[in-house]
Design a protein around this ligand. Sequence first.
Ligand code: FES
Length: 191
Amino acid sequence: MSAPLALRNQQIMMTFAEKYQAEIKGLIARFPHKKSAVLPLMHLAQHHYGYTSDEAMREVAAILDLDPTHVLSLAGFYTLYYEEPVGKYVLEICNDLACALRGADQFVEMACDKLGVDVDETTADGLFTIKTVMCLAACDRAPMLQCNLKFEENLDEAKFEALLARLRTEAADGAAGPTVVEKITAYAKSQ
Ligand code: FES
């Protein structure tokens, strides 16, 4: 039987600090200084809220007695923290120098055109977010991207269309697998 409405609302309203009290304590205990737990705590906050909202980062800062600006700047620096909600599939296209020399910028333009969004935007159906990222160490297989952290290499327009078709079918069949945030959280927890 599902929880009564009031209880469900209360669960949604619960901050991650309240919900993950024991986990936060455990993460902090791993380090000699509690401020060193900042990245794992940011992952946990991202897991709870779905992205690293300002509110979430301020909460992390308060727990660790850090300046909120410091935590917000970390969220802006690392590509695996998402400062805005993202779609079911996050397509992170490398357009760093080596990939740019193999047509990555034109590939990004084509991908954005196909999905009707700009870089850092999500399609209206919530399925796809396009991002550009720095070198993913697959320079000889450009144009390339990672889709929810899985590499797709040696791409061209036809292969990109086929990828989109496969992902749309997967999503329609309810077989999409974990989201990028879920994958990142699982990886962070395993460390
Ligand atoms: S520059 Fe794109 S993978 Fe290295």
